[in-house]
Design a protein around this ligand. Structure first.
Ligand code: S3P
Length: 448
């Protein structure tokens, strides 16, 4: 997002019913990785249904700056790779805008290249912790040439002349950290192993295998996973069809559940079990979500979802589930505001280091719209109000956070009074079609 762009405050009005049959844009995590593996591959990688959001475009620009030829041909993106071990030194700083995933994955990747690279981003990204990437990189021999206080952007790193492979136990549940270490390992000789006590989204390891890397995954009796990658391999380009993003579908699902008299169908949603924690939780809340046309495509599970208005019940969401729905807590909290009883979300401290401090941003937004709640250091309890009287009427600070913006626009669609957000521009980082799609389904939003 252009930081000088004027803010775009938006009001979401309560609406009667949502109806329609929609396809949502490609998955953001898989789209970022498609740019990265396209860059690393020998030959061409052809990608369809790539998410064309600001975050992913920044990853494509970075791939180009590092030696890939990137072009769009009709509905395909075609990347001619530079090859693993053969990236070029970037001529300019690499700007990842709002994207933690783009920044952290490229930082890992470049951590074992013997040239300097500088990472910059917007105000939100510049306030997020990068030590979680710099710490394991230093084990490979990466030098941190400069950084802002406490591992914040802008950061300049330089890889060692001869990288050493690493064994690293990821200290928090983070697919970004796991992926950064594996990508660094690609340019180190020998076996790099990542030990993952809590399983997180597995797109990196799946795509590494798909591009021809030698990856061995073992899971201990205690559920701890070890991913062992042989470095300095050749990766080969192929065809990728990016499935629909479950984290974007989440906003449509919850809108369909809480707006009265609604029925919507959402097509081609990625159903990888590391991403479906929200659906599991909503089903426990007695949501009417039919999972139909289940199939496997490109090694991933997909399905269509038919969602109807439901009388939701509050539940306790266990901490073990948080990795599989980490981006969905803001919209779950909105669903919980319309449920009968309390919904308790446990072990969600990671929300404090997302695009905003999401735990506080959600709590403040809900409070401004008449919801009773308890915000703990690492938990949130939301008291539901299925009668909806007194819900809405507030203005929400989005804090450069696309998921806060979309969650509260959904709240306005179902509340007693409209909900305003201070800026809708940030939505373009992950889901540029959001306003159009919601409008097609029956939403009523206007400048505030
Ligand atoms: C992502 C991992 C998650 C998630 C982010 C995308 C990825 O972050 O929140 O939106 O594509 O690897 P963490 O690894 O910090 O949990």
């Amino acid at each position: 997002m252009n930081p000088a762009a004027k803010k775009c405050p938006l009001k979401s009005n309560p609406v009667g019913a949502l109806a329609g049959d929609v396809e949502i844009p490609g998955d953001k995590s898989i789209s970022h990785r498609s740019a990265i593996f396209g860059l690393l591959a020998v030959g061409e990688t052809k990608i369809t249904h790539l998410l064309e959001s600001e975050d992913v475009l920044n990853s494509l620009y970075a791939a180009r700056a590092l030696g890939a030829l990137v072009r769009r041909d009709g509905d395909q993106w075609i990347i001619k790779g530079a090859g693993n071990g053969a990236l070029l030194e970037p001529e300019k700083d690499l700007d990842f805008g709002n994207s933690g995933t783009g920044c952290r994955l490229f930082m890992g990747l470049l951590g074992t290249y013997d040239f300097p690279s500088t990472f910059i981003g917007d105000a939100s990204l510049s306030s997020r912790p990068m030590n979680r990437i710099l710490d394991p990189l230093q084990l490979f021999g990466t030098q941190i040439i400069s950084q802002q206080a406490d591992g914040r952007l802008p950061i300049t790193i330089r890889g060692p002349e001869f990288a050493a492979p690493v064994e690293y136990r990821v200290p928090m549940a983070s697919a970004q950290v796991k992926s950064a270490v594996l990508l660094a390992g690609l340019n180190a000789p020998g076996i790099t192993s990542v030990i993952e006590p809590v399983m997180t989204r597995d797109h990196t390891e799946k795509m590494l295998t798909g591009f021809g890397a030698s990856v061995e995954i073992s899971t201990g009796a205690d559920g701890v996973r070890t991913i062992a990658l042989e470095g300095q391999c050749t990766l080969t380009g192929g065809e990728i069809h990016v499935p629909g993003d479950p984290s974007s579908a989440a906003f449509l699902i919850v809108a369909g559940l809480i707006v009265p008299d609604s029925k919507i169908t959402i097509r081609d949603v990625l159903m990888n079990p590391t991403r479906t924690g929200l659906i599991t939780t909503l089903l426990e809340m007695e949501a009417k979500i039919e999972i139909i046309n289940q199939r496997v495509s490109g090694g991933e599970k997909l399905a269509d979802l038919v969602v109807s208005t439901s009388e939701l019940k509050g539940v306790i969401v266990p901490g073990e589930r948080s990795a599989s729905m980490i981006d969905e807590y803001p919209i779950l909290a909105v669903a919980a505001a319309f449920a009968e009883g309390e919904t308790t979300m446990l072990d969600v401290a990671e929300l404090r280091v997302k695009e905003s401090d999401r735990l506080s941003a959600v709590a403040n937004g809900l409070k401004a719209n008449g919801v009773k709640l308890v915000e703990g250091r690492d938990f949130l309890i939301v008291e539901g109000n299925p009668q909806r009287h007194g819900l809405g009427g507030g203005r929400v600070e989005t804090s450069h956070d696309h998921r806060i913006a979309m969650s509260f626009l959904v709240m306005g669609m179902a509340a007693g009074e409209p909900v305003c957000i201070d800026d809708c521009n940030i939505i373009a980082t992950s889901f540029p079609q959001f306003l159009q799609l919601m409008g097609d389904l029956g939403a009523n939003m206007e400048p505030a």
